[in-house]
Design a protein around this ligand. Structure first.
Ligand SMILES: Nc1nc2c(ncn2[C@@H]2O[C@H](COP(=O)(O)OP(=O)(O)O)[C@@H](O)[C@H]2O)c(=O)[nH]1
Ligand SMILES: [Mg+2]
Length: 610
């Protein structure tokens, strides 16, 4: 099992010292950090707990100016150590970090009351009660509070035992087989090239596999993997990972980018979310507010559309649509924080429910109900409803980041890889039947509508139309023959009685020397529909645009052709004309038609059999 824990707390309260004391690793790795004695960016270490469990540790800066770095380090934590110096007590970033932990819903943690060597028992009791009051109502309410000193060693053993107990209760991370590595650091190592690090979620990574950088779409390959400074072949979810990458330069990657399997994760600029405004927020959340959105390791400017109200006041909750300045990788259920850029302050946070939504009308109860169903866990069923022309299982998984098994549990009409919401499928079926009914009424002598014509009438894209047609056929709504589509009960023959007789009679008067088709239709009064229907049924054979034979005459003429060729080796237009007693036009048309049917082949002025 893999776990990652992080620090939180006000500057100078002893977070980095604690990490060094626990692990022997100084998390302040930048020279500027060493010079100023202050954490600026994230630091990383690892530790073996008394139980034998090996865990990753992320150390964050406490300074208010570096909150964005703290936020990048706090995503994906299994547990947090909130460090509060006993001599100073609760300070501004103690509160702000606690608020962020609460909004990100990190529910496991310990409070380390540090520097206890500097205070007496009376003061310690006072600070302890202040701390307990501060935790009240937050996700860390009830967390153990451990008095600790890096100088005397007091509390260290107790802290390690407490961490073991916390993680034992945590259980392993979900493995959806769709790994995401939100990058928190990129650097180059001589001899290796580009290395990206992060806390891996939702799946495993293996050396050699190809990944996509989201957003951007660049393809990279994993050349090597490390966990806690050791080479591994596979890294599993919930672990700190350093990935050595081929196919990318250091400056082509940045914190906030996410590595994922190709085509499994989308970048988005519009997100529906549920949001909670902090009770202590310095301002309410207003419709149209321009704020900073932090999620995973990324940070992006956004505009907040309040879907139900004009303002959410301190402590309130609501539905929002976020418009981002640029696309970021995001998945439904991911947590986020909203901050005011200046004066810098955290005001709200929440959870994404739809990372590929439409624009919504405000105060629309249908939208709200759909969001409520999504938030209640029906993410995939709700996602399916968004596709009025069907969607593939792969696309649904990408849009929701839900586990594969959710596909099997969907209420859906399934046709191969394609899925249709039951309501959507009913509407497609009804529209198809309506279109066919109308088409048969308008063209009673046609066998049916062309595939492409029905497709465009239904507005179904070429990609899913074969599936739609298969489903309609399976449901007994449509029958297909010779490339045209009809209602199962449709029959041309019944409606042809009376209409076809005169034309057949005109063509049959001198069957081997028929008049032109235009003359014959004029004389018989037959419509183009009748001609088409007769040809489709095989009662007449059209050998040219304006020439048709009755079925019997055509067969007789073909037999004559074969006979003449078998007697003399070949046939000319003149020979056949004499035999049929016809004019040149129908004879020439017939021979050309036989050429095109690969019955005969032209050699000079005569023809031979193929
Ligand atoms: N007396 C005493 N000083 C400490 C203790 N822990 C940290 N310090 C000092 O407090 C200062 C800030 O510590 P640091 O770990 O950098 O705090 P951070 O900003 O929270 O990471 C340093 O000068 C440390 O030596 C402790 O347990 N006792
Ligand atoms: Mg520090």
């Amino acid at each position: 099992m893999n776990f990652v824990i992080g620090t939180a707390g006000h500057i100078d309260h002893g977070k980095s010292t604690l990490i060094t004391d626990l692990t022997g690793i100084d998390p302040d790795r930048l020279s500027e950090e060493k010079r100023r004695g202050m954490t600026i960016d994230l630091g990383f270490a690892h530790l073996r707990l008394p139980s034998g469990l090996e865990i990753g540790i992320v150390d964050v800066p406490g300074h208010a100016r570096f909150i964005r770095n703290m936020l990048a380090g706090t995503h994906g934590l299994d547990a947090v150590m909130l460090v509060i110096a006993a001599d100073e007590g609760v300070m501004p970033q103690t509160r702000e970090h606690l608020e962020i932990i609460d909004l990100l819903d990190v529910r496991r943690g310990v409070v380390v009351l540090s520097k206890v060597d500097l205070v007496d028992a009376e003061w310690l009791a006072l600070v302890t009660s202040e701390v307990l009051a501060t935790l009240k109502g937050t996700s860390l309410d009830g967390a153990p509070v451990i008095a600790y000193s890096a100088v005397s060693g007091e509390g260290k053993a107790e802290l390690l035992t407490a961490l073991d107990a916390l993680l034992e209760a945590a259980g392993s991370r979900p493995d959806l087989d769709r790994p995401r590595l939100p990058i928190d650091r990129v650097f180059t190592m001589s001899g290796f090239g580009t290395v990206a690090t992060g806390t891996l979620v939702d799946g495993s990574l293996t050396v050699g596999e190809e990944l996509e950088v989201v957003p951007g779409g660049r393809t990279v390959r994993i050349r090597g993997l490390q966990q806690h400074n050791r080479k591994v072949e596979t890294a599993s979810p919930g672990s700190r990972v350093a990935a050595n990458l081929a196919g990318v330069e250091k400056d082509q990657l940045a914190r906030g980018d996410v590595l994922a399997r190709p085509k499994t994760l989308s970048a988005t600029r519009r997100i529906d979310a549920t949001v909670r405004v902090l009770a202590s927020a310095p301002q309410s959340l207003r419709h149209g507010a321009e704020l900073l959105l932090h999620t995973g390791t990324s940070e992006v400017g956004c505009r907040v559309i309040l879907l139900e109200v004009d303002e959410i006041v301190d402590g309130g909750q609501g539905w929002v649509q976020l418009y981002l300045e640029r696309p970021i990788a995001a998945a439904a259920r991911d947590r986020f924080i909203l901050r005011v850029p200046s004066p810098s302050a955290t005001i709200a946070g929440g959870r994404f429910v739809d990372v590929d939504p439409r624009k919504h009308a405000r105060r629309d109860s249908v939208v709200r109900e759909s969001l409520e169903r999504r938030a209640a866990g029906d993410v995939m069923q709700e996602e399916l409803r968004k596709y009025p022309r069907g969607v593939t299982a792969a696309a649904l998984l990408k849009a929701t980041m839900a586990p594969d098994r959710d596909v099997a549990n969907l209420k859906a009409r399934r046709i191969g890889e394609w899925l249709f919401d039951p309501g959507v499928w009913q509407s497609i079926s009804e529209r198809a039947v309506g279109e066919l009914t109308a088409y048969h009424a308008a063209h009673p002598l046609r066998a049916g509508i062309a595939r492409e014509e029905l497709r465009s009438k239904l507005g179904v894209p070429p990609g899913s139309f074969p599936a739609v047609l298969k489903g309609l056929t399976e449901d007994g709504r449509v029958v297909e023959s010779d490339g045209s589509l009809a209602l199962p009960g449709h029959s041309v023959e019944l409606r042809m009685e009376g209409a076809s007789g005169p034309l057949l009679e005109v063509l049959g008067r001198q069957p081997l020397a028929p008049p032109s088709l235009s003359e014959a239709t004029r004389e018989s009064g037959a419509s183009a529909e009748v001609v088409r229907a007769l040809a489709q049924r095989g009662d007449i054979v059209r050998v040219g645009d304006d020439i048709a034979f009755t079925k019997d005459a055509y067969e007789t003429a073909v037999a004559m052709v074969r006979e003449i060729i078998s007697e003399g080796g070949s046939i000319t237009v003149a020979q056949l004309r004499d035999r049929m007693g016809a004019s040149r036009r129908p004879v020439l048309a017939l021979l050309e038609h036989l050429d095109s049917q690969h019955v005969t082949r032209r050699v000079g002025d005569s023809r031979v059999l193929r």
